[in-house]
Design a protein around this ligand. Structure first.
Ligand code: MSP
Length: 639
């Protein structure tokens, strides 16, 4: 059988429950798998749990539960969390499995026979929390460099001759530039190796938990030596058929386990065993919370279920709410530098990109096709130049995935959505319709082709949303690379509401900033008397701009307000205007108006208004909208 593309996350310690940081790495693999599958490739994705260490054993003992039951329960929590986030792993591997034990013992025996494992005495410090041996010189005030307490260890142990592999590792990385990624981390490993690698102690006294050293039951294999082998063990090694999976194409992880373990110890172990090396080892940064590390003990952990619930409570369908969390995680992915992840940021992304950009692009395209073409767009010509431009974006998107930069691919997907919104603004289909312009079907088809490109590029990140878009168009999922294919035309189905604008913000925990609700309005507005005279500096404070009304609808339960979507430059604003008595919303679509662009957003009837339209007070309280005397580009300043 042909070898599958094989990608892995770290296996997670089962000493405490999963949080969004663990999910992030799973998601980096998940979106890569989904993209490659969309291109027709065969992919296998491994994740799982690391269960043999002292840290896990002690956490289990503290819990009072049986150790087996404890690790199984928490391992299941990781699995549930992955399932809940729609992580499409193929293998969920546990290091307490028989297969793993056999592979670890086989590799240990092979290295011992090859002379790269030798016996000696270890005397020094051990950090249980990080499961690392710590040099005397690194211990400060009785703490490891990670700030954890250390214990003194004096044991007869086995050592791995890591010191012999520095030059080979550097030579391999030189010949394979994609081996260590990204560039900053690569520089870190190179300098680490150049300082000289030290042999590693790879066993501990057997506490009654762990994988015994072959032929020496009194010792267990050091948890890192054991855990790294999971990637190979999951391929079935040493049984036949392992090369259908191994070597891994990508090992993903965060930075703290890159240099010492995945980038040096692991490939050296494979070199010593004469086995092929992984193609790429990649580390991302950390999610932080208000600048600090997200950690269970600090109590600032954001858990996926609560985030999903937050959005379902706001009226988002549960599968789409999961997409909201997936989207926000990949959008804030700390690819190189650490980044804060907060509920406030998730909400901002939701409102500005999912509701305003993507939701709007879909709603506008679908509602115009309903209004102007009775929901049926037959196959035919499209705007070749526009699609060629988007094709270039699709190529760029694929290249980012090839370069293991899924967050950059998502950035391009967002640009594709923006391109659709811009195309609508440029072609003004409502005006074409009004003038019975024969180019309307071509424009509508081009809009749908672009919508298909949005559906395809968003699919790895937010699969349920892409499914909902395809369903709304009555089409199967867009297939790569012919994402524009509309040879069957479009026959619209019932609209599916997707991302209602979020009105609520409740704190997820005490650390989270609370967005204050607007204070209640006084019953009656005091009459406003403008001063008799103001200076030019006061006039200059007000920024007036030309905008175009893209959508208009009456606000429910209000006899005055109309909700407008107004295009100002490339930006879209929602503005509430008290013009219901003077205008039929349907007549407003396509009209150019003048707005106050720097007015602080305010809430009216629970809806946000991001500006103000200018209108003259006509007779009988009628509003008369101000318009430029002839068409001016949207966003033009007014003085
Ligand atoms: N068991 C080891 C890994 C062995 S792999 C052979 C381990 N486990 S862990 O449970 O601590 O998981 C660490 C990994 O979880 C990180 O490398 C990263 O993939 C993910 N993350 C955990 N917290 C994270 C953040 N706050 N931010 C980003 N990634 C996070 O180390």
């Amino acid at each position: 059988m042909a070898k599958s593309y094989y990608l892995t996350t770290p296996i997670y310690y089962v000493n405490s429950v999963p949080h969004v940081g663990h999910i992030l790495t799973m998601l980096a693999c998940d979106v890569t798998k989904r993209f490659r599958q969309m291109r027709g490739e065969q992919v296998k994705f491994l994740t799982g749990t690391d269960e043999n260490g002292l840290k896990v054993y002690e956490a289990a003992q503290e819990s009072g539960e049986e150790v087996d039951a404890f690790v199984s329960r928490i391992s299941q929590a990781f699995r549930d969390s992955a399932d809940q986030m729609g992580i499409d792993y193929d293998i969920f591997f546990r290091t307490t499995s028989q297969r793993h034990k056999e592979a670890v013992q086989a590799l240990f025996a092979r290295l011992e026979a090859a002379g790269t494992i030798y016996q000696g005495k270890y005397e020094g410090w051990y950090d249980v929390s990080a499961e690392t041996f710590v040099k005397e010189s690194e211990v400060i005030d009785g703490k490891s460099p990670d700030g954890n307490p250390v214990r003194w260890v004096s044991e007869d142990n086995y050592f791995f001759r890591l010191s012999a592999f520095g030059d080979q590792l550097l030579a391999h990385a030189e010949a394979n530039p994609e081996f260590w990624q990204p560039a900053g981390r690569k520089a870190e490993v190179v300098s680490f190796i150049k300082q000289g690698l030290r042999d590693v102690c790879i066993t501990r006294d057997n506490p009654g938990w762990g994988i015994p050293v072959p032929g020496n039951e009194g010792k267990v294999v050091y948890v890192w030596f054991d855990a790294l082998i999971n990637y190979l063990a999951a391929s079935g090694w040493p049984e036949a058929g392992w090369d259908e999976l191994w070597p891994a194409d990508v090992h993903w992880m965060a930075k703290e386990i890159f240099t010492r373990f995945h980038a040096t110890l692991w490939p050296a172990m494979l070199m010593a065993a004469g086995l092929p090396l992984p193609k790429a080892i990649i580390a991302h940064g950390w999610f932080t919370f208000k600048g600090g590390k997200m950690s269970k003990s600090v109590g600032n952990v954001l858990a996926p279920p609560e985030l999903i619930e937050h959005f379902t409570e706001a009226g988002v369908d549960p599968l789409l709410a999961r997409d909201v969390v997936r989207y926000s995680l990949m959008r804030t992915m700390p690819a190189t530098e650490d980044k804060d992840y907060s509920l406030a940021e998730v909400e901002r992304l939701y409102n500005s990109e999912m509701a305003n950009e993507l939701g709007n692009a879909l709603n506008r395209t679908v509602s115009m096709a309903h209004k102007f073409m009775e929901g049926v767009v037959p196959a035919g010509d499209t705007d070749g130049e526009v699609l060629a431009g988007v094709q270039a974006q699709l190529d760029e998107y694929a290249a980012h995935f090839e370069a293991n930069q899924p967050h950059a691919a998502l950035e391009v997907a967002v640009e594709v959505v923006r391109r659709l919104n811009r195309y609508i603004a440029e072609t003004t289909p409502w005006a074409l319709h009004k003038q019975a312009d024969p180019s309307l079907p071509l424009v509508m088809r081009t809009m749908f082709a672009l919508l298909r490109a949005c559906e395809a590029t968003m699919r790895p990140f937010i699969p349920a949303t892409s499914d909902a878009i395809a369903a709304q168009l009555g089409l199967p999922a867009a297939a790569w690379p012919n994402v524009f294919d509309l040879s069957k035309g479009v026959q619209l189905q019932q609209p599916i509401p997707m991302f209602p604008r979020l009105e609520i913000t409740k704190p997820m925990n005490s650390e989270e900033p609370v967005v204050e609700a607007a204070p209640p309005k006084p019953a009656k507005k005091p009459a406003f008397e403008p001063p008799a005279e103001i200076g030019i500096e006061d006039v200059m404070k007000v920024q007036l701009k030309v905008g175009r009304i893209l959508e208009a609808e009456a606000v429910e339960k209000s006899d005055k307000l109309v909700k407008l979507q107004v295009l100002v430059g490339t930006e879209q604003r929602q503005i509430l205007a008290g013009i219901r008595k003077s205008y039929d919303p349907a007549d407003l679509v396509g009209m150019q108006i003048v707005i106050v662009a720097n007015l602080k957003p305010a809430k009216l009837m629970g809806l946000e208004s991001q500006g103000m339209v200018l209108a003259a007070d006509g007779p009988d309280g009628q509003a008369i909208l101000l318009q430029p005397e002839k068409e001016a580009p949207e966003g033009t300043s007014v003085h």
